[in-house]
Design a binder for this molecule. Structure first.
Ligand SMILES: Nc1ncnc2c1ncn2[C@@H]1O[C@H](COP(=O)(O)OP(=O)(O)OP(=O)(O)O)[C@@H](O)[C@H]1O
Ligand SMILES: [Mg+2]
Length: 384
């Protein structure tokens, strides 16, 4: 029945970071109310939702409190106690995407096994156990070691070109995979609704800053052939269908020097590579995610304009209360949209905001984004 009392839905969001904050903005447009669970009072999402439960993502009591206070629960982070969520789901509480999917993805090794079992293209890999040096030598260098759990923004990833790099070896439960010589890194956002309907966004190119591994520049659409784009979208949709996921998923891929596409990893949530959709798409990723998890029809994913996006990272030599410099200069450029996440303190390389630039050509948008990068900085009151 197409009739909704107000609020249209009460949404629980585990994690009060920037993704949650942008989700709350979309929820408010749709007439939904949000409750956020986050350990930091006044979290970015908590500030805008007005309802925050202050508590840990691993605290069963707080997770239960959130789920019981809302109609449907979702998350903006991956490091959550899935055991409690699986129990709550079994009791009949809607949690989307399903915590079972989160459990598979949280462990990067089980994620790789899932990709392989589903017949999706991904780099070869092997688990590390008793004698990692031996396993690596047998597997062959160069290779990439990945922590099974807890890695993000490149933490938990070590590229080892040979045994001489052993100093970089991560002493945690991990696996190794083949180093991929990539022409480009690309990503595809896929939304899958409660009824199994899927919508796929255009392929975007993600460029990372060497060393930090944090998304440095996003270009939408990616400059690739129509055939490569079609293939990437097909693989991304197949990945989300293999998971039977409900919600928005970010599928990160490599386009190899030989023109093959390999799935790198899947994020069971809205994704940094999709922030540009707020300005550039008919339906942004946050509204799309909400439509999916509430059970509403998915929106059109067409782009209205080429777009470039940069993250605003905390400057390397500051911490403490953020100080934004160059805001007026950046905003004086036509087509520039600045998003500041409202984090109480900056840290070196912390994601403090992002900027999306629309222009009639991708090259023009990229040039403006690079100008904004040199104009706009996030420093802090303290020098560590
Ligand atoms: N097999 C590989 N071959 C070459 N480069 C790789 C490989 N795996 C990862 N990388 C590089 O390291 C980056 C981070 O790896 P990955 O996406 O697995 O980690 P992450 O910590 O989850 O990152 P994020 O949170 O930024 O998505 C990739 O974007 C890519 O640049
Ligand atoms: Mg990644």
């Amino acid at each position: 029945m197409d009739s909704h009392p107000f609020p249209v839905a009460r949404i629980g969001i585990i994690g009060g970071g920037q993704l949650g904050r942008m989700m709350v903005a979309a929820a408010q447009r749709l007439g939904c109310a949000c409750v956020v669970l986050d350990p930091t009072p006044g979290s970015p999402a908590g500030q805008v939702s007005g309802h925050q439960i202050v508590g840990d993502y691993h605290d069963p009591a707080r997770l239960r409190e959130l789920v019981e206070a809302t109609d449907v629960t979702t998350f903006d982070i991956e490091d959550i106690d899935t055991e409690t969520l699986i129990e709550l789901e079994r009791e009949g509480h809607p949690i989307r995407p399903s915590p079972g999917i989160l459990a598979v993805i949280q462990d990067k090794l089980s994620q790789k096994r899932m990709l392989r079992a589903a017949g999706l293209p991904t780099s070869d890999f092997v688990a590390l156990a008793e004698d990692p040096a031996r396993t690596c030598a047998d597997f062959g260098y160069p290779l990439v070691q990945k922590a099974r759990r807890g890695g993000y923004d490149g933490r938990g990833v070590a590229i080892l070109t040979g045994p001489e790099d052993w100093g970089r070896y991560l002493p945690v439960p991990s696996y190794v995979e083949r180093f991929v010589a990539a022409k480009k890194e690309i990503a595809v956002l896929v939304a899958r609704g409660l009824d199994g309907d899927t919508r796929c966004y255009p392929v975007v190119e993600t460029r990372f800053r060497p060393g930090e591994n944090i998304l440095d520049l996003l270009l939408a659409p990616a400059d690739i052939t129509a055939a490569t784009s079609a293939r990437a979208r097909e693989i991304a949709v197949a990945t989300v269908e293999a998971l039977s996921g409900v919600g928005v998923f970010g599928v990160e891929m490599f386009l190899t020097d030989r023109g093959d596409i390999l799935v790198n990893e899947v994020a069971p949530r809205t994704h940094n590579s999709g922030h540009y959709t707020i300005e550039a798409s008919l339906t942004d990723q946050f509204e799309q995610h909400l439509r999916a998890v509430i059970g509403l029809p998915l929106g059109a994913t067409d782009s209205l304009s080429p777009a470039a996006m940069i993250n605003l990272l905390g400057s390397p030599d500051h911490s403490g209360r953020p100080v934004v410099r160059g805001l007026a200069a950046a905003l004086a450029i036509p087509g520039v949209s600045v998003h500041i996440y409202g984090k109480a303190a900056t840290k070196p390389f912390r994601k403090m905001g992002h900027v999306t630039v629309l222009d009639t050509s991708l090259a023009a948008a990229q040039a403006k984004a690079e100008r904004v990068r040199s104009l706009l900085t996030i420093t802090g009151e303290d020098h560590p």
